[in-house]
Design a protein around this ligand. Structure first.
Ligand code: SF4
Ligand code: SF4
Length: 166
């Protein structure tokens, strides 16, 4: 299994092979791609300890909707307006809000200080369980450089479809 310290090296060493795996998956039916991810994601997830990693919280900027902002600001004991001024960025081209600092300001050691009120994007990450993953393979590719769960899931899928990764 690839660990948090190895995931970037793994990605750089396998970029071309990962692209070939994803191109091959693009040619498959959506339900077959969902089947492959669900088959391999669950055992990888169950043997991964996110508390020794937290790379997603250190390297990415979590998206927020209004409900997330309400819950998080409440958990921080702040008025939403003050919370937005302190922590929220806005990308006008995509009309999206996000936690604007990296590492996330709510990361405490490797744990989320507001875990029960964390944004839906954090709870959902890395998003391999949602259906129609065939249409989100670009995001899977990007996340293979960040998240050991994604890297290890791809290693298992690549093995199954006969395009093994190193
Ligand atoms: S979801 Fe992935 S990147 Fe985030 S802590 Fe868990 S293994 Fe690390
Ligand atoms: S809100 Fe919590 S789970 Fe989300 S990025 Fe920040 S520390 Fe991580």
């Amino acid at each position: 299994m690839i660990g948090p310290e190895e995931v970037e090296f793994f990605y750089n060493a396998n970029q071309d092979r990962i692209r070939k795996v994803l191109e091959s998956l693009k040619r498959e039916r959506s339900h077959k791609v969902d089947y492959l991810f669900s088959k391999h994601y669950l055992p990888v997830k169950s043997s991964t300890d996110c508390s020794i990693c937290a790379r997603c919280c250190k390297l990415l900027e979590a998206g927020l909707d209004q409900e997330d902002i309400g819950l998080l600001s409440n958990s921080c004991l702040m008025e939403p307006k003050t919370f937005i001024g302190s922590y929220v960025g806005f990308e006008s081209s995509t009309n999206t809000s996000y936690i604007k600092n990296k590492p996330c300001p709510f990361l405490s050691g490797n744990l989320c200080a507001h875990y029960l009120s964390r944004p839906k994007a954090c709870a959902d990450y890395p998003g391999l369980e949602r259906p129609d993953i065939k249409y989100r393979l670009r995001s899977v590719q990007n996340n293979a450089a960040v998240c050991p769960i994604v890297a290890n899931t791809l290693i298992r899928i690549a093995q199954e479809i006969g395009l093994p990764l190193d």
